[in-house]
Design a protein around this ligand. Structure first.
Ligand SMILES: Nc1nc2c(ncn2[C@@H]2O[C@H](COP(=O)(O)OP(=O)(O)OP(=O)(O)O)[C@@H](O)[C@H]2O)c(=O)[nH]1
Ligand SMILES: [Mg+2]
Length: 444
């Protein structure tokens, strides 16, 4: 079965905690700090494997977890990093964060990789926290939690040419005529449920991939018929063959059919509607009124379109159409290709500026919320049960201006302040002390 969508939960590994240990030295009651850093947690990484063509594996396993980093140890020994967990996906996989709707990765080229959940950084050992006034730091940082999120994987086909049109116009028949693919062909609508890919060979090392699409009907962009599930598949094609049934047996007007499909493309994605199209007037072998087809041809050519009268069933005109598609693909080689095949792109998180920014707001319960990635991380990494670590946190919050902002906004003594998962009591007296520290820091 062809699976083109899957939802998974990924949990990157937490960082290991830093150690708070001291050297033992002869004749010295307490040696210097010697706590090593914690290792980083493993990340969850997607990697394109060109041998895969479905997301089937992700159907059976929904939960993926990378190992945590080891804690730091005494004698300056750092903890080992957790290994990354690499998930192989087929080319054309798009990963989206289910909660935010943000695209995390859009993977096309073999070997291309993207981190979709970052492992937590390891906490630093107490070695790092000596200052002129703090010779023996009795605390270390905790490891940062790994990212965890729900991710939707969508598989988009990577075809050069997409064949579009109303149901039963002969799209699959064309794939069968021009390639070795053997898609199901039948005279009822929606025979094709998932796109069929065929390799069209024009000559030595001249080939391209063509995909037929499930039939489109009015309202497809809103999910009517097989709907937008399939429009998605043509996103990446560089050229479209717009196929019309010219047999005259449908009772429909050729040009009206043409407009219907183009309107659907436009409503789904205007960029798709601008993609180069060639028109194939199919079923010419049984055309009841060849003049009707000729009139349609004249009209479409008048709009600058290339039109081919063919019969997918008898192969009449198919070779010429394939030649023209090959030519057109050469002209559109420079069209936006997401990445060159050898490039390995790693998608990173938000830029550093965003990370440092923070702001304060009051929630419905009257608590003060301090929001900002880097402050939240700082709190996550602080061992809140360790008074020395909390003191350092207070100093950092003071230095970064958070306390001043809270006071400005009218925070009162003993108000609740939340940063990430942690909750504090706003303590103006403590602040006085923290400021005192800062002054003495400066003096030395
Ligand atoms: N006479 C004639 N019949 C054709 C031609 N091309 C396709 N057909 C017939 O038209 C019917 C539909 O063909 P398909 O290739 O399944 O059409 P499709 O566009 O893929 O249809 P859906 O997948 O349902 O959207 C079948 O009965 C084919 O045999 C042609 O050139 N001439
Ligand atoms: Mg079909």
């Amino acid at each position: 079965m062809f699976v083109d969508q899957a939802e998974i939960v990924v949990e990157a590994g937490d960082g290991g905690s830093g150690a708070a240990t001291f050297r033992r030295e002869k004749y010295v009651p307490r040696g210097g700090p010697s706590g090593g850093d914690g290792g980083s947690g493993g990340s969850i990484v997607l990697e394109v494997d060109e041998n895969l063509s479905t997301l089937l594996d992700f159907r059976y396993n929904h939960q993926y977890r990378a190992p945590r980093g080891e804690d730091g140890q005494a004698k300056k020994r750092a903890g080992r990093d957790g290994a990354d967990l690499i998930l192989k996906v087929p080319p054309g996989t798009v990963a989206t964060d289910v909660e935010t709707g943000k695209v995390l990765a859009d993977l096309v080229a073999p070997g291309q990789r993207a981190i979709i959940a970052r492992g937590g950084k390891g906490g630093r050992g107490n070695l790092h926290f000596t200052t002129s006034v703090r010779q023996a730091p009795k605390f270390a940082e905790l490891g940062e939690p790994g990212e965890r999120r729900k991710v939707r994987l969508d598989l988009k086909l990577v075809a050069d040419v997409g064949v579009i049109g109303l149901p039963s116009v002969g799209k699959s028949t064309l794939i069968a005529a021009a390639s070795a693919a053997r898609p199901k062909i039948a005279d009822y609508p929606f025979t094709t449920l998932v796109p069929n890919l065929g390799v069209v060979s024009i000559g030595p090392s001249q080939s391209f991939v063509m995909a037929d699409m499930p039939g489109l009907v009015p309202g497809a962009h809103q999910g009517v018929g097989l709907g937008d599930r399939f429009l998605r598949h043509i996103d990446r094609t560089r050229v479209l063959v717009h196929m019309l049934d010219a047999s005259g047996l449908t009772g429909r007007d050729l040009l009206a059919d043409f407009e219907t499909i183009n309107e659907e493309l436009r409503l789904y994605d205007p960029a798709l509607a601008r993609r180069p199209q060639v028109v194939a007037l199919n079923k010419m072998d049984v055309a009841a009124d060849p003049n009707a087809a000729e009139r349609a041809r004249a009209d479409l050519e008048g709009r600058g379109l290339r039109v081919f009268a063919i019969s997918a069933a008898t192969h009449q005109g198919v070779h010429e159409l394939m030649q023209a598609l090959w030519q057109l693909l050469q002209e559109h080689r420079a069209a936006p290709q997401p990445v060159a095949p050898t490039e390995h792109v790693v998608f990173t998180g938000p830029p550093a500026e965003d990370e440092r920014a923070w702001h304060v707001r009051r929630d419905a319960t009257g608590a003060w919320l301090v929001e900002g990635r880097s402050l939240e991380r700082l709190v996550q990494r602080t061992d809140l049960n360790n008074p020395d670590a909390v003191e350092r946190l207070q100093q950092t919050l003071e230095r970064s201006g958070v306390h001043r902002k809270l006071r400005e906004l009218g925070a009162k003594h003993e108000d609740t302040v939340r940063i990430g998962q942690a909750e504090f009591v706003f303590d103006d007296e403590d602040l006085e002390r923290a400021r005192g520290h800062r002054r003495s820091d400066r003096k030395t």
